[in-house]
Write a new protein. Structure first.
Length: 353
């Protein structure tokens, strides 16, 4: 989700934190056909990479790790101190001296092709299958990486990890979906997405997507997003008084009105409309470590969804992280300091290559 907008938008520039900036690039796909039947003559996928790929005697890449971001985020969000600083450095779990880390900007996001580039509401209506397929082409054809050690993902990237599991079942040694469930988006999760999309679409100044300034309904959508992305303990600690609460939410909305495009937001939330890995769970043969947190507004533990479905996936483990002063609601997905030990144990179980 764009929970990363809440956590990652606060990240400082990587170089200022001593985190390597990585190498950026673009891969262009010619005549990309979307599930909807629409097409683009050129589709650009932007990416950042850290480290270098290593191939075995057969030419198979054995050290690549793909990490997918949340709705509204970008791959470079993972260069934050709280993510890269905890996991990519010397001696750390995904030390980029040993691993080749690939951080894509998903279709519709960041430096990749998106509605705000010019097509606005005429941009093809992409879904998660389109996003995963475009990303797969970027990795395999653009970067010439024919195998991944891990596919990780936060929120939307978490859902993409599940899609990878059945669309490309032999592509990775392990899947690590963080903060999602492998089922259609329903209940409160879908309701709040629907409200955000309607806030934009029903705004009188939306003008069919051809607005000259961001439509007023975007403010309401951003307010919904703030609630969706965080958690009561975090919010109360940050805003223990009425005036502080008013100040924080107004500052958040005002800041994000300057950096968020309404068409982009509408499209990237609508992209989840037909997500549903549940019929394919038995097809997933890759080991899975799924992690959620108990204070996640989007995936509350009382639903018990993942607990039940994880039993249908061979070699899968599900971890529910209890609420603590270290968790950050849905945004816990972006804090390796909280879940890194589970990832370490999981990686130790993967087959040697």
């Amino acid at each position: 989700m764009r929970a990363i907008a809440l956590l990652f938008a606060l990240s400082t520039i990587a170089s200022a934190q001593g985190v390597q900036p990585g190498v950026q690039g673009d891969y262009t796909i010619k005549n990309f056909k979307f599930v909807s039947g629409e097409s683009l003559p050129e589709l650009r996928i932007h990416y950042t990479t850290l480290g270098k790929p290593r191939r075995d005697a057969k030419g198979i890449v054995r050290n690549a790790v793909l990490i997918g971001h949340g709705t509204g985020g970008t791959g470079r969000a993972f260069l934050s101190r709280t993510f890269a600083g905890e996991i990519f450095g010397p001696g750390q779990l995904l030390d980029t001296a040993n691993y080749y880390v690939i951080l894509p900007d998903g279709l519709g996001h960041g430096g990749s092709s998106k509605p705000s580039n010019g097509l606005h509401a005429k941009f093809p209506h992409y879904d998660y299958d389109d996003m995963v397929r475009a990303e797969y082409l970027m990795v395999t054809d653009g970067l010439k990486v024919n195998h991944l050690r891990l596919i990780m993902g936060t929120s939307m990237g978490c859902m993409h990890a599940w899609v990878y599991g059945y669309m490309y079942p032999t592509f990775a040694d392990g899947l690590v979906p963080l903060a999602c469930a492998p089922v259609p988006l329903a209940g409160r999760n879908r309701m709040i997405r629907r409200m955000m999309m309607d806030d934009i679409l029903d705004s009188p100044d939306y003008n069919g997507g051809e607005y000259t300034t961001q439509p007023h309904g975007l403010r309401a959508a951003l307010g919904q997003l703030y609630i969706m992305s965080s958690a009561p303990l975090v919010q109360h600690k940050a805003a223990p008084t009425r005036d502080k609460a008013d100040s924080i939410i107004r500052a958040y909305i005002n800041a994000n009105m300057k950096t968020t495009d309404a068409n982009d937001m509408l499209y990237y939330f609508d992209a989840s409309r037909n997500y549903d890995p549940s019929p394919h769970l038995g097809e997933i043969s890759t080991p899975v470590l799924a992690i959620n947190s108990a204070d996640d507004f989007v995936n509350p533990p009382e639903l018990g969804i993942v607990d039940t479905l994880i039993t249908h996936v061979k070699g899968a483990k599900f971890v529910m992280i209890p609420i603590s002063d270290k968790t950050r609601g849905h945004g816990t997905h972006s804090l390796p300091a909280v879940w890194g030990n589970y990832l370490k144990d999981f990686m130790a179980t993967l087959p040697e290559r």
